[in-house]
Design a protein around this ligand. Structure first.
Ligand code: ASP
Ligand code: MG
Length: 408
């Protein structure tokens, strides 16, 4: 028997009418003779509201109690969806994370799933009952409720699909799939039929917000066939799968961007062993993640400049750390810039094609866009540019890589 995991995000369960629509989508799978497990998020805006209550209540709240509060949104949705299923004569029951249980580690507010006990679930599903499961939550050591970090219900769904060895995990959302780039900026963006796990992982971590990054890691590790699709249409969405499944590969699959970058340059640091270790050691001690890094060639072999980026949230703290440690690091000047954006082209085809970077640099040069920092991996090239050029750069690159949808 085919086992399907369906996940519905906040916008798909926004109100009672939407939840009834979800019930119909579940019924379609049941009517096809499938065993179905459904994971849901909280209704749109609910989790934000709960987070706000916690902040208002106490600035230094206990993360375990934060989890007790913010996990409640999903409990409302599972109850309501189960009622909607009963109304259309589908056998179903709701499950909270701790009833299954979905066991996590003790990192409250950003816990990781360690193990899912599927025994009880499987039995109910085999008896023809739809399992309606609260996403985003689990049970931490010491019998405490845990949550998985914002957007975590994607990860709940993929983990469950892996545990159940499901044939497919469908992520229903308010877009009809993964696009070559942000369609609100580039009207000629195309929906992709397929994308590899690796590419999706890059796209997700580079700011394409369709899936939580961790859920893609999990899908790749366990080979879960993922589909991102719309809960409002019957068209198939985008399959996230292994490279072997994709016959005709484009060189570039997508272009992502992230405005969540801020640039810092330490001017006149000593060009000697240990300097980078000192700078980045200080930041690592404060849990600050550094993204792009470049060090200039030193002209006289004595001093050089070091440029790097951090997230906008860490920007202020990073400046303070660098200033507080001026003497320890030893530099002449600190220059900062928050008005930057990171634009990245992603594609596994890069491994076997040359000239991919050149196309990017030429397209940007033609528009007079200056590249400030470059970084690369095996399947992506990222550049840091001035934020005001975001739209122009995305459109120019989309055209340069022949990705434009000819129909629009
Ligand atoms: N409701 C949670 C959130 O808003 C989890 C999710 O939607 O995936 O972050
Ligand atoms: Mg989400």
């Amino acid at each position: 028997m085919t086992c399907i995991v369906q996940k519905f995000g906040g916008t798909s369960v926004a109100d009672v009418e939407h939840i009834k629509n979800v019930a119909r989508r579940v019924k379609e799978e049941v009517d096809r003779g499938n065993q179905v497990a459904v994971i849901v998020s909280a209704m749109t805006g609910v989790t934000n509201e709960l987070v706000k209550y916690c902040r208002e209540m106490s600035h230094f709240h206990d993360a375990r109690e934060y989890d007790v509060v913010v996990s409640t949104g999903e409990q409302v949705t599972i109850g309501l969806l189960t009622m909607a299923l009963h109304d259309i004569e589908i056998s179903a029951r709701s499950w909270t994370g701790w009833q299954i249980p979905i066991m996590t580690d003790g990192a409250h507010s950003k816990a990781r799933i360690e193990n899912i006990n599927i025994k009880k679930l499987k039995k109910c599903m085999a008896d023809g009952q739809v399992a309606v499961i609260a996403g985003f939550q689990g049970l931490a050591p010491n019998n405490r409720i845990a949550t998985l970090g914002r957007g975590g219900s994607d990860t709940s769904a993929v983990s469950l699909a892996a545990a159940l060895k499901a044939d497919r995990c469908d992520i229903y959302t308010d877009v009809d799939g993964v696009y070559t780039t942000d369609p609100s900026i580039v009207p000629t963006a195309r929906k992709l039929d397929k994308i590899t796990y690796e590419e999706m992982l890059e796209m997700a971590s580079l700011g394409a917000k369709v899936l939580q990054t961790r859920s893609v890691e999990m899908a790749m590790k366990h080979n879960v066939r993922l589909q991102v699709r719309s809960s409002f249409s019957n068209e198939s969405g985008t399959f996230v799968c292994s490279e072997e499944e994709i016959m005709e590969k484009e060189v570039i699959s997508g272009i992502a961007y992230s405005r969540d970058e801020a640039k810092l340059t330490l001017v006149g640091v000593k060009d000697s062993p240990g300097v980078s270790a000192t700078i980045f050691g200080l930041l690592a001690d404060e849990n600050i993640n550094v993204d792009m890094i470049v060090q200039d060639v030193s002209e006289n072999g004595e001093i050089t400049n070091m440029t790097f980026t951090v997230t906008k949230a860490d920007f202020g703290r990073t400046i303070n750390i660098l200033k507080d440690n001026h003497d320890k690091i030893g530099y002449i000047n600190l220059i900062t810039d928050e008005n930057v954006v990171k634009v990245s082209v992603v594609g596994v085809g890069m491994r076997s094609h040359c000239g991919v970077a050149l196309t990017m640099f030429q397209a940007l040069a033609e528009k007079g866009i200056n590249i400030q920092v470059i970084s690369t991996s095996e399947i992506k090239i990222s550049v840091l540019i001035s934020e005001e050029y975001t739209e122009l750069a995305l459109r120019a690159l989309h055209t340069a890589y022949n990705m434009d949808d000819k129909k629009t």
